[in-house]
Design a protein around this ligand. Structure first.
Ligand SMILES: C[S@@+](CC[C@H](N)C(=O)[O-])C[C@H]1O[C@@H](n2cnc3c(N)ncnc32)[C@H](O)[C@@H]1O
Length: 107
């Protein structure tokens, strides 16, 4: 099955524990987030709050302003079968925020 759509919407239509593996190359967050904004974001995510980046990312794309939030990874964890695998491309500079998101979701 191939679904072409917004992953936040498409994932909602998938049943719990129904997917063997998630392989993804999500946005790298190439926007101009300052260290203070990154700290603000991580603090918000740690407290279970949402955080919206300001501005845009690579080539002015709004979807690239920042990395996907923990809500996405919670959905990924929900749809993965027990023992399922997730392979995620990210740039080294963002491995901190990506690791933090996974921690926030207990992945
Ligand atoms: C780092 S790029 C991956 C590029 C891809 N590996 C390629 O070679 O074309 C991130 C991709 O995520 C897509 N994207 C951003 N937000 C999305 C969303 N909510 N749902 C689905 N795809 C999204 C963007 O359109 C972009 O193609």
């Amino acid at each position: 099955m191939l679904i072409n759509g917004d992953c936040f919407e498409a994932l909602q239509d998938l049943a719990d524990s129904s997917i063997e593996a998630v392989v993804t190359d999500p946005p790298y967050g190439l926007g101009a987030c300052t260290p203070a904004q990154v700290a603000e974001c991580l603090q918000a995510w740690s407290s279970g709050k949402t955080w919206k980046p300001k501005g845009s990312g690579f080539m002015g794309k709004a979807w690239d302003a920042w990395v996907p939030p923990p809500e996405l990874w919670r959905e990924v964890l929900r749809v993965l079968k027990p023992g399922g695998a997730r392979s995620c491309v990210c740039r080294v500079k963002n491995s901190g925020p990506y690791g933090h998101e996974l921690e926030a979701c207990r992945v």
